[in-house]
Design a protein around this ligand. Sequence first.
Ligand SMILES: [Zn+2]
Ligand SMILES: [Zn+2]
Length: 340
Amino acid sequence: MQPADDLILLRPEGLYCPAGDFHIDPWRPVARAVITHAHADHARRGHGAYLATAVSEGVLRARLGNIALQGLAYGEAAHLNGVRVSLHPAGHVLGSAQVRVEHRGRVWVASGDYFTSGHTHDTNATCAPFEPVRCDCFITESTFGLPIYRWRPQAEVMTAINAWWQANAAEGRASLLMGYSFGKAQRLLAGVDPAIGPIAVHGAVVPLNDAYRAAGVPLPPTQALEDLDAASLRGALVIAPPAVHGSAWTKRLGEHSDAFASGWMQLRGARRRQGVDRGFVLSDHADWPGLQRAIAATGASRVIVTHGYEAVMVRWLQQQGLQAGSFRTAFGQDDAEAAA
Ligand SMILES: [Zn+2]
Ligand SMILES: [Zn+2]
């Protein structure tokens, strides 16, 4: 059911605000797109005009080239056709935002992807932390919207990654840590201990690291794999996208241990099925307690669930006495973590 006066509707081309005549993260080309973040399934080519956070400009241009982009600071407002639009931190990746839409006294928030967890103080160090925004209707993702998804404190995960790297280095083998090149790779870099040894990154990670550093996010020094001699490589941490797994590219690492960093590693058997030595549970999406906390903090009486476990989340929300429904979107399909 989509009441005709809803602020945001589902259309074949994506989420649409009829009053403001703009789309949010549309999957088909439109005239005006408000973009939550630069992951490929949310920020696509071919739109006439883009509105996004100013801090995401570097990563957006690294992926989409020379687009017509208007950048907003977090909290700054733009008026589209009389509708007030502002962007608020989502804690997911550099520049990620929730879109707050206000029209005639009603407020809707489309959150895109966001990170917050049951551990109140855990935030993503590589971007502005998630900020709850009060609204009447909250559109939420549900990538990890099942009660089994409960993240360990980040510090614990980073300690485990460092210990794995240290043990490999002590035994003279490289450590290949695979994670999505935009977002996960930088979060891993910000969390590991560079005192253990040299850090090398796959070429796909380099332009994203450049964009993060240009935006003022501190990352430890990294090198190209080619610049490491054989001896340094044996003590090195190598960060690469999951696509390298099982490819000829990994041969240049020589003897190495491999690992994935992903929320899916929490699933029993996921590491074994992927055929890697280690799985570290680290996600840039909210876990079940994080989703619950985020939704409650909005004060919304109505929630619309997108990409993930919509049915489970909708049932849970209805049990809480909220009005809940879902939108079938095209999000999650190109996101290595969401599509695993
Ligand atoms: Zn994303
Ligand atoms: Zn998403």
